[in-house]
Design a protein. Structure first.
Length: 291
């Protein structure tokens, strides 16, 4: 028992930075988990990756103006993400380019601009901090930001849950009853950008989308109900965060990649054994019906 305590609990009891990191992971899980699930349900999984790169130029401009300032980088990242979302939407509306192609084009452009800006104005250490973050270095200001964004996300999703669910499952019906699908779509993209901006403070722009998407994809394999998938997505994200922090602490690994690695292992396990969509249960059910 003492060995388990030292392994699993003592790091969080003994060190304040581990407790802040764990609280940050919980807040990220509560905000990013539901957002990631709606992205998966709307077949927009790769858009989350695109948007995570879209915030980079704004964060880079904030860094150039104020250094590693949380308000400046967050505000810059948010405006850059919203700008890319709007530009991609306009390109889709007024041309023959599909939405996924528009986002791909703009996010590649954003990523290139962001890396160039950071490279010209800072060091390789600054670039690595923005791209990969450091959840173990989360301070009180970053924790307030992540917690605030998670709270706003949950409140907004409570208000737009039904139209978002309808647009995800039956967008034709939503248009038939005269609902403003475009308005809900834009509000949802705003929440995506907000969560990516808060996530990159802890995990970096390249890792934040991992905690948003991997638990959501995993949840689809464990439950067939939306409520069950929401609970599963948040749970997998938080457990991945906690396990990743422990791996980082005990084996001196980078915290962000360790968290995403654990989430990826959850996904691989679920891909094989999850009851609702795993390969092995599906094979067993198919053999049962054949016999």
């Amino acid at each position: 028992m003492q060995h388990l305590y030292d392994l699993l609990i003592a790091p969080f009891v003994d060190f304040a930075f581990m407790r802040r990191a764990l609280a940050g992971c919980l807040a990220l899980s509560l905000g990013s988990g539901p957002i990631g699930l709606f992205l998966v349900m709307r077949r927009m999984s790769l858009m989350g990756d695109a948007m995570s790169h879209a915030v980079l130029p704004g964060a880079a401009v904030g860094f150039m103006l104020a250094g590693l300032s949380l308000p400046a980088m967050s505000l810059g990242g948010f405006f850059a993400g919203v700008l890319v979302a709007v530009l991609a939407g306009l390109a889709t509306r007024f041309s023959s380019i599909k939405e996924d192609a528009s986002f791909a084009a703009f996010y590649l452009l954003s990523l290139a601009i962001g890396v160039l800006l950071v490279s010209k104005s800072g060091s390789n250490v600054d670039l690595m901090h923005i791209l990969f973050g450091s959840v173990l270095a989360v301070d009180d200001a970053a924790l307030y930001l992540v917690s605030g964004v998670a709270s706003v996300t949950l409140i907004c999703l409570a208000f737009i849950y039904r139209p978002m669910l309808l647009e995800s499952l039956d967008p034709v019906f939503l248009r038939a009853v005269g609902a403003r699908g475009g308005l809900w779509h834009m509000a949802f993209l705003m929440l995506v950008v907000l969560n990516l901006v808060s996530g990159f403070q802890a995990l970096g722009t390249l890792m934040a989308v991992g905690l948003m998407m991997l638990p959501a994809i995993t949840a689809r394999l464990w439950s067939e109900s939306v409520e069950g998938m929401l609970v599963m997505a948040v749970s997998v994200a938080f457990v991945s965060g906690m396990a990743g922090l422990l791996l980082s602490y005990h084996f001196e690994l980078p915290s962000g990649p360790a968290i995403i690695l654990v989430a990826g292992l959850f996904y691989l396990f679920s891909l094989l054994f999850a009851p609702a969509g795993g390969a092995l249960p599906r094979y067993i059910r198919a053999r049962h019906f054949e016999s």
